[in-house]
Design a binder for this molecule. Structure first.
Ligand SMILES: Cc1cc2nc3c(=O)[nH]c(=O)nc-3n(C[C@H](O)[C@H](O)[C@H](O)COP(=O)(O)O)c2cc1C
Length: 230
């Protein structure tokens, strides 16, 4: 299975989302899945923000693009190809100010491309081209948005669903580690354990899609995972 793995946390060794995405890939290997990973750290290789040249070139029909327009779109073309070539996509990111890190938004702006990741069909519909891929979002949050005062503040999940739904991703899987930074240590440890348990179930399902995922049958994974020193 060819996996495109994208990390987006500004933190490195202390990042929980990075640790969880790494953990997920290890679980896939433990499940016996033969995986080939195409890794992208969008905090290092950050796609450029949309500028005027990109905004014009991207909506110019491909057979009318000038050499300069083609050059403007070359990096984005290459990124789209990496996504389209993958069998599965693993995106890990923290919540920043209720939404996604700006580097991941720049990534979305680079990979949402007419004629590549979505096409206009003859009957006037838009057809996303990432319908074949399994998609997993791993998010980390300082607060607990499942219930309580912040439960209406989640602008991250709907934004990811909308952006990737447009590209054909109908049923992405979300594993949200919360609460972390803005909670006590016991709650953080519990949140990370919960996330690892959910990731183990997703890994088992990816390795053996025919097998159902009974939550009660999940084996708790007690591997030591670095708890961020937030
Ligand atoms: C700039 C910044 C903004 C943040 N905004 C939020 C937020 O809006 N809601 C929230 O629950 N946590 C917020 N957090 C906390 C992070 O989501 C949390 O610490 C997360 O675990 C970080 O993931 P990481 O360890 O992979 O970097 C913010 C953290 C930073 C650094």
């Amino acid at each position: 299975m060819k996996i495109m793995h994208v990390d987006a946390s500004a933190k490195r060794e202390r990042s929980n989302s990075r640790a969880l995405s790494q953990h997920f890939l290890e679980r896939l290997r433990e499940e016996g899945l033969d995986i080939e990973v195409d890794y992208l750290d969008v905090t290092v290789d950050t796609p450029p923000h949309v500028n005027e040249a990109f905004a014009i070139a991207t909506y110019t029909p491909s057979d009318e693009r000038t050499p300069a327009m083609k050059a403007t779109l070359a990096a984005s073309d290459a990124l789209c190809k990496r996504l389209l070539d993958a069998d599965a996509l693993v995106f890990a990111m923290p919540m920043y100010n209720w939404s996604m890190p700006s580097v991941f938004k720049a990534f979305i702006d680079s990979i949402t491309r007419t004629g590549l990741t979505y096409v206009h069909t003859a009957d006037g519909h838009i057809e996303g081209q990432l319908a074949r891929q399994k998609v997993l979002f791993i998010t980390s949050r300082g607060a607990d948005l499942r219930a309580g005062p912040y439960s209406s503040m989640d602008a991250l999940t709907p934004a990811l669903k909308a952006a990737f739904g447009f590209l054909g991703v109908a049923n992405p899987t979300f594993v949200d580690a919360q609460p972390l930074q803005f909670s006590d240590q016991a709650s953080r440890i519990a949140a990370l354990e919960r996330a690892r348990t959910e990731l183990a179930a997703v890994a088992a399902n990816w390795a053996n899609p025919a097998k159902p995922e009974p939550a009660s049958a999940l084996e708790q994974d007690n591997d030591v995972m670095a708890l961020s020193q937030e």
